[in-house]
Design a protein around this ligand. Structure first.
Ligand code: ZN
Length: 333
């Protein structure tokens, strides 16, 4: 039997559980083709899956983003999939489908040399975009779009605060929010990351390692607070998110990289009439809206580095230590 290499875990745990090993070549089923992966990227989801998520079967190949060649065309992979026929799928919001899933979590993913994928999950990419750039963007783009616009209802001239905006999804949030005409407050842990966020378009950058973020936000908004907070950090930032948002404002959460069980003072939520909106991934319309801006060059991928899949453990450690700025991209070698 012909074989190829894949990055796979056989148990949940630290980066040392990642194995670059031989597996059988994929066999495409009806409606499927083989995607020859040229680049894939790491998302925080891969780290959560590696550590152990309910329902994840082992062994598991991680990864939900990929770009490569299928049927002779340059393409990227839609990171989500669904049943395609329920009320939510036919109504346009596949992310509410009971069978909604994501590559690398609910089925074997993209950190592999080749994989069988439905032809309907492939999206052509323009020639000016490299495979590395294309692979860096799908998941963070659809997530940022849904969080800011669909769930967060960000309007032009509103103020938005993005915590730890040097994360992959944050670098897209900053760019999309600016394009939408919002004033963007972005935080990062170092002066260098703050400088890079400014170059990406953030109006106000705050070093959350040494500055009082809530105080700065209140000063710059005339005591009012921002209209929308984007918080995927969780435990470390949640209380400050509740304090930095205006009365009647929204807090959107799509993850919790520092812990999912923050202390929460409910009085902030009812007395100040706040809205907490949960968000995960997004639907095809949201994905294509974001990718259109990428293909037109209106938003750009921010890539921390390109790493061979055999060295993925080191890349996971770099992301977990929050050293990366933007996305870490993997190439199959
Ligand atoms: Zn469905």
């Amino acid at each position: 039997m012909r074989s190829m290499k894949a990055l796979r875990i056989h148990e949940f745990g630290g980066p040392e559980t990642l194995r670059w090993e031989e597996i059988p070549e994929p066999e495409p089923g009806p409606g499927e083709t083989v995607l020859d992966v040229k680049a894939a990227s790491i998302n925080h989801l891969d780290i959560w899956t590696r550590k152990g998520l309910p329902g994840v079967k082992l062994p598991r190949i991680l990864g939900c983003d990929a770009a490569g060649i299928a049927d002779g065309k340059r393409v990227l992979l839609n990171p989500g999939f669904s049943c395609g026929s329920c009320e939510f799928c036919s109504g346009g919001d596949m992310s509410m489908c009971l069978d909604y899933g994501i590559w690398g979590e609910h089925r074997d993913g993209t950190h592999v040399e080749r994989l069988a994928v439905p032809r309907s999950s492939l999206i052509p990419i323009p020639d000016h975009l490299s495979f590395e750039e294309a692979a860096a963007m799908p998941l963070v783009t659809v997530t940022a779009w849904r969080m800011l616009f669909t769930r967060g209802r960000l309007a032009p001239a509103e103020d938005v605060l993005v915590w730890s905006a040097g994360a992959g999804v944050g670098t897209v949030c900053v760019q999309l929010a600016k394009l939408a005409g919002a004033r963007v407050f972005a935080t990062a842990s170092t002066a260098e990351k703050c400088e890079r966020l400014k170059r990406l378009g953030a109006d106000e950058v705050i070093n959350h390692g040494c500055e009082d973020v809530v105080k700065r936000v209140k000063e710059r908004t005339g005591r009012r607070g921002v209209d929308l907070v984007v918080d995927y950090v969780g435990k470390e930032t949640w209380a400050r998110s509740l304090a930095a948002v205006r009365r009647g404002g929204r807090i959107a959460t799509c993850g919790a990289t520092s812990g999912h069980d923050p202390l929460e003072d409910l009085r902030h939520i009812f007395y100040r009439q706040l809205e907490v909106v949960g968000c995960t991934m997004g639907n095809n319309r949201e994905l294509m809206s974001g990718l259109k801006l990428l293909f037109e060059g209106k938003i750009r991928p921010v890539i921390d580095g390109v790493v061979p899949m055999r060295d993925a453990a080191e890349a996971h450690r770099r992301i977990e230590a929050r050293k990366a700025f933007g996305k870490v991209v993997l190439v199959p070698s």
